[in-house]
Design a protein around this ligand. Structure first.
Ligand code: LLP
Length: 443
């Protein structure tokens, strides 16, 4: 397993993250456990900020909180000077509860409900990324009722194929998101927005996909949106002041993954933007991006205890962990691949090839196929790396399994940032209608 950030193998031969021995973390907090390397999160935030500062552009880096949204995470994002992108009332609530500055929150989503829009208007958030014509009308009406003006970016669908897994490509033409650039819809959306009195149009937004390892897609998207900006200026005499190019920067899950340093993505975006806008003699807009996975993905490790082992001679050896698709649905959903190691015997030589099964009642609940490990014993700790993005965020209560705790580790200290679910968290919302109540048995 690749050791990210502050992860090391310590003198006892055990995996240590943020100066904390994972065996100690397991005893203290139990397993499964999501462990986040706080220093690595902060480093990733700073890398984006520094890279932009070097370009001389005006910018905002908004952390896409869908990747991992908790109050402690919002605090780190604020401390590191980033903005925050939310996509639901739940994420907005989390940010506001953490005291995140509302003016630095951007609200996304292809079907924001009127209640969500009201909540965001009342919090006075920084900007709405409007996805469709219905939202333009509803937002305008709700803002009028409150006598406020809302800042707006229009999400356009640029028609760029980001060469990634089909389920996580969002920039192609056949997409549920945004106003299409190619067929004139985006242009009509700008005309419409400019007519709506309660909306202040800042610019446009484009997101081409996720887990992208090349800069070409971003360059293409930048080309298309610049051309569009020029068209809008020439025909409607309106100049955009913000261009948001979304997120999608790739991370390393396994050996085959070859992400670029964030400075390379930022540099390519900056070059494209500077060249294009100069070519159209267009004042340089502020450039915004929205990384999610690349801020938190590699900083997360999931720690499990190995339980049952099923050896089918000549076929396969399954080892089962105390979690599975409930804390990491990505292998089942996207055929995602992960690396892992025995955290308590990290220096021992690999002796066997096993497949890691979860504990859910479902054949598809497999985390890793064909993993080389030292001879596995029940009670060993298995650490799976790069589980920081879209794992806790997409965790479920399938089989009524309780969600794991989350800890942040840094400089030898571990802080609980999400408590492990209680039984009440899985059954506490249940109600038994009176007619189904157990009647006292007559004697
Ligand atoms: N901005 C927008 C508008 C997005 O839709 C997304 C991700 C991001 C930013 C952040 O993208 P990132 O930098 O994290 O790649 N559940 C899937 C990923 C879905 C991504 C959805 N949108 C997964 O586990 O791979």
């Amino acid at each position: 397993m690749y050791l990210h950030g502050t992860s090391i193998i310590n003198a006892e031969g055990r995996l240590e993250i943020g100066g904390c021995d994972t065996s100690d973390l397991a005893s203290r907090f139990g397993t499964p456990l999501y462990i986040y390397d706080e220093q690595l999160i902060r480093t990733r935030c700073r890398e984006y900020r520094d890279a932009f500062q070097a370009t001389g552009l005006n910018f905002q880096v908004a952390y896409a909180s869908k990747a991992f949204c908790t109050m402690a995470m919002c605090r780190i994002v604020e401390e590191e000077g980033l903005s925050l992108d939310v996509v639901s009332d739940g994420e907005l609530y989390t940010a506001l509860q953490a005291g995140f500055p509302a003016g630095k929150i951007h609200f996304h989503g292809n079907n924001k409900t009127p209640d969500e829009i009201v909540m965001a208007l009342e919090a006075n958030i920084g900007c709405f990324v409007v996805d469709n014509f219905l939202e333009l009308q509803v937002l305008n009406e709700l803002a009028r009722a409150r006598k406020v003006k809302a800042n707006v970016l229009l999400r356009i669908s640029p028609g760029v194929d980001a060469h990634t897994h089909e389920f996580i490509s969002t920039g192609q033409i056949d997409s549920k998101f945004g106003f299409d650039l190619g067929n004139g819809t985006a242009f009509r959306a700008v005309q419409e927005t400019l007519k709506l009195e309660q909306l202040r149009l800042l610019g446009i937004h484009s997101h081409i996909g996720s887990q992208i390892f090349e800069t070409e897609g971003f360059r293409l998207a930048a080309d298309k949106v610049t051309r569009f900006a020029a068209e809008v200026r020439d025909q409607l005499s309106y100049t955009f002041t913000v261009l948001n190019l979304g997120g999608g920067f790739g991370i390393r899950y396994t050996e085959g993954d070859t992400p670029l340093p964030s400075a390379d993505y930022v540099g390519a975006i900056a070059d494209a933007v500077k060249t294009n806008f100069a070519a159209y003699n267009y004042p340089l807009p502020e450039i915004w991006i929205e990384p999610g996975r690349s801020i938190v993905g590699e900083a997360g490790t999931t720690l499990y205890t190995i339980g049952s082992v099923k050896d089918i001679p000549g076929v396969r050896k399954y080892i089962a962990v105390d979690g599975g698709m409930t804390d990491n649905p990505r292998p089942a959903l996207y055929d995602a691949k992960y690396e892992a190691m025995l955290a308590n015997r990290a220096l021992e030589v690999e002796e066997e090839v096993v497949s890691v099964a979860g504990k859910c009642c479902e054949t598809g609940d497999m985390l890793i196929w064909d993993l080389a490990l030292p001879a596995v014993r029940t009670g060993d700790l298995l650490a799976v790396s790069s589980t920081g993005a879209y794992n806790y965020a997409m965790a479920s209560h399938y089989n009524r399994i309780r969600k794991p705790a989350v800890v942040f580790v840094k400089d030898g200290k571990a802080d609980l940032v999400v408590r492990r679910d209680t039984y009440d968290d899985v059954a506490g919302n249940d109600l038994i209608p009176e007619r189904l109540m157990k009647q006292p048995v007559a004697k």
